[in-house]
Design a protein around this ligand. Structure first.
Ligand code: 5GP
Length: 114
């Protein structure tokens, strides 16, 4: 499926509260935040799931994760820390079939997740 809500956001058809954008990624605030800071980072080169990255060039994968790390720093989360979550597929709790990393921070998060 390639017409998810995140495809529409990337196409500019649905407005978001964006926090960062470059040639590789778009980052925006989650509409239903689970922490004081809850930002979603999506790659502009489409993947439905994290599991698809196994077939992608290392450079592309590396640029995505470097962007996530840079965005967390921009959000001023480096000192206190944060969590990066990628839900993959039904058992992973993925609701939107467009690869996205959650950056969660601004409070002490519990472990393990439910
Ligand atoms: P998943 O469960 O797929 O890992 O996470 C999907 C996330 O997308 C959820 O945290 C949900 O709140 C967020 N989300 C779903 N629809 C929208 C939307 O239209 N705008 C924004 N900003 N976030 C969304």
């Amino acid at each position: 499926m390639s017409n998810t809500i995140f495809d529409k956001i990337l196409a500019g058809d649905i407005p978001v509260d964006s926090v960062f954008e470059d040639e590789d990624v778009l980052a925006f605030n989650d509409v239903n935040p689970k922490a004081p800071v809850h930002v979603l980072v999506i790659p502009k080169k489409r993947a439905s799931r994290f599991s698809e990255l196994s077939g992608r060039p290392i450079e592309e994968i590396g640029r995505f994760f470097a962007a996530v790390s840079r965005i967390a720093a921009l959000l001023d989360l480096d000192e206190n820390g944060y969590r990066v979550v990628i839900n993959n597929g039904p058992d992973g709790g993925q609701e939107v079939e467009y690869l996205h990393a959650h950056i969660l921070g601004g409070r002490r998060l519990t472990w393990p997740p439910g």
